[in-house]
Unconditional design. Structure first.
Length: 331
């Protein structure tokens, strides 16, 4: 499942500025457009050294004249703390101004901010803004609402049919997270009839975008033989793609395949290396297995202190096997 994040449209500075000005400003707004363009240049380092502080200055000049794109970008800088101290209330204020002018990404980002833990959290407002953005065709909002309806969280009641409807819209717009979540619903028959072909198609569409959740899920399909014949070599291939993107669960599973020689030549050094990558990200199962590697000298030199350290980290997350190993080491 994917977490809430700001609109994939991000700072709209990469759009054609002429198109933006045509949509949001008339001839009388020429100075606001020029100031916005100057702010964009400083944001992107386009013809000038990148300088987010200068970008804030110029975007504010434009935003103070009511230019919607500048209001949106300024809100984004406040929300992320880029070039200015992070300030959710300021971000909300500027996003509201942009949303009033029909900037649907601002509506989506208001949903994000009101849903985020903190002083600004207001779940009914979050749902309302996500819904408004989704109704306007914002694919990020459609995907986020789909997730909320699937899980029944964020202030909405669980509604699988609504989740599928929203996921389909976002998936059709190419959102990898929605393709992955909907694909897994079809694969596991989670509120919908199982459809392995549809699941495979959706997951591969997301994986083609180098979306690590999808790459990992395809790896699990092949590793466990879910919906396909078990093929550990294919599992290793897909785990490797997700692992290269920094996906801890894929790194852990790839490490296990190297440890067992399952689908890849057995290589304890490679196994330990991948387990270490996952363990460094807090994966308790990788931490436990890395402790075992140090205990037995599997792919690394025997190091009881290192073994104990990794067992402690795993045990701190409730790993019972690690607790038992620590107990044995302390005898």
């Amino acid at each position: 499942m994917t977490a809430i994040s700001f609109s994939c449209a991000g700072l709209r500075a990469l759009l054609m500025l002429a198109a933006c000005s045509a949509a949001f400003a008339g001839p009388e707004d020429a100075s606001a457009v020029t100031e916005y363009q100057r702010g964009v240049q400083y944001m992107n380092g386009d013809g000038v050294p990148q300088d987010l502080r200068q970008a804030v200055i110029w975007l504010r000049k434009s935003a103070d004249q009511g230019y919607g794109e500048a209001e949106y970008d300024l809100g984004t800088l406040y929300a992320k703390g880029d070039g200015i101290a992070r300030d959710d209330q300021q971000a909300i204020a500027w996003f509201r101004k942009a949303a009033a002018q029909g900037v649907t990404d601002a509506e989506y980002d208001l949903g994000v901010l009101f849903g985020r833990e903190g002083a600004a959290q207001d779940l009914p407002q979050s749902v309302a803004w996500f819904t408004k953005a989704a109704d306007a065709g914002n694919a990020d909002a459609e995907g986020q609402l789909g997730l909320m309806y699937q899980l029944g969280n964020g202030g909405v009641a669980q509604n699988t049919q609504q989740a599928v409807l929203l996921y389909r819209k976002a998936a059709a717009a190419g959102r990898a997270s929605a393709q992955t979540n909907l694909g897994m619903m079809y694969l596991t028959a989670a509120g919908v009839p199982q459809d392995v072909a549809e699941a495979t198609s959706l997951l591969h569409a997301a994986a083609a975008q180098r979306y690590p959740d999808a790459q990992y899920d395809i790896g699990v399909m092949y590793n466990k033989g879910v919906g396909v014949a078990r093929d550990p070599a294919q599992a290793a291939r897909w785990f490797r793609q997700a692992a290269d993107e920094g996906y801890a669960a894929a790194q852990y599973n790839l490490g296990l395949l190297y440890k067992k020689g399952d689908g890849v030549p057995q290589d304890l050094s490679q196994a330990a290396a991948w387990l270490a990558k996952a363990a460094d990200q807090g994966n308790q199962f990788a931490q436990y297995n890395l402790g075992v590697a140090y205990l037995n000298g599997d792919g690394v030199a025997v190091d009881l202190a290192q073994a104990a350290e990794w067992f402690r980290k795993a045990a701190a997350q409730g790993n019972k096997d690690a607790e038992r190993m620590l107990s044995q080491l302390n005898r």
